[in-house]
Design a protein around this ligand. Structure first.
Ligand SMILES: [Zn+2]
Length: 247
């Protein structure tokens, strides 16, 4: 019995080691803007994910009212259910760039596993379908073809990164996690976003109107604007990503 228990323990440990090894192969790439001349007030790129669900109009209105530019990563699911918000974004092409967050918000990881409780695409074909269906949804919504992709959870297997690059997309990492997946409080979200520096790429969410984080997103952005920070979209700046995501 003792022997059995021991070998079960060894088995459990090796399974643990295998899954830890597996986990280590997932990448969460960073993205920065090329540093600007020191005399400027600095510039940041605001990226907002629209994973599914609804639209946080607190954020959308603040962006329009304060003329803050943003790159919005939309899924096919979100596009279908948020026509009014899409219309507002399309009406301000100088402010909003819409990019590809996948067709169904499935992590671009080509082996089966769970990331933050979401099942990965699980195969190369499924990663490709997620990327291409996201682009197709944007095309059928009548906008310019997307050039950037950000997968659900912003984590990738290295082979998925190579495939997405081959499909013609740059991969949008980030350098400031503004809202912790929209789960942070307003105060902490405002603090993180307000602390962004020249060259940072901020990630937050625009699809959780009931979360306190959205209020913090607005406060943080207004603080940055007050400091003289310029907001650029990903297409307006040379983003430099690691892990082979942009080069
Ligand atoms: Zn998402």
């Amino acid at each position: 019995m003792g022997l059995l228990r021991n070998s079960l323990c060894v088995l459990a440990l090796s399974l643990l080691a295998a899954s830890a090894g597996n986990a280590a192969t997932l990448l969460e790439p960073t993205l920065h803007l090329k540093p600007q001349a020191p005399e400027g007030g600095g510039r940041v790129a605001l990226t907002l994910d629209a994973c599914g669900g609804k639209t946080d109009t607190r954020i959308l209105s603040a962006l329009v009212d304060n003329r803050i530019s943003a790159t919005i990563f939309v899924t096919g699911i979100w596009l279908k259910r948020n026509a009014a918000a899409v219309e507002i974004m399309r009406a301000h092409p100088d402010l909003f760039e819409l990019e590809n967050h996948g067709g169904r918000h499935i992590p671009a990881v080509d082996t089966p596993r769970k990331i933050y409780g979401i099942s990965s695409a699980g195969s190369p074909d499924a990663v490709q379908a997620e990327v291409e269906s996201g682009a197709a949804a944007l095309a059928s919504a009548g906008g310019p073809a997307p050039k950037w992709f950000r997968g659900a959870t912003a984590e990738y297997s290295p082979s998925a990164i190579a495939m997405i690059r081959k499909l013609g997309f740059k991969i949008a990492g980030f350098s400031v996690n503004g809202d912790g997946g929209s789960l942070l409080g307003a105060k902490e979200t405002a603090r993180r976003i307000g602390a962004a520096k020249d060259g940072d790429v901020i990630i937050a969410h625009i699809n959780q109107p009931t979360h306190a984080a959205g209020e913090g997103v607005v406060q943080g952005l207004l603080a940055l604007k007050q400091k003289g920070m310029t907001f650029v979209r990903l297409d307006d700046a040379d983003g430099i990503g690691n892990d082979g995501t942009t080069d």
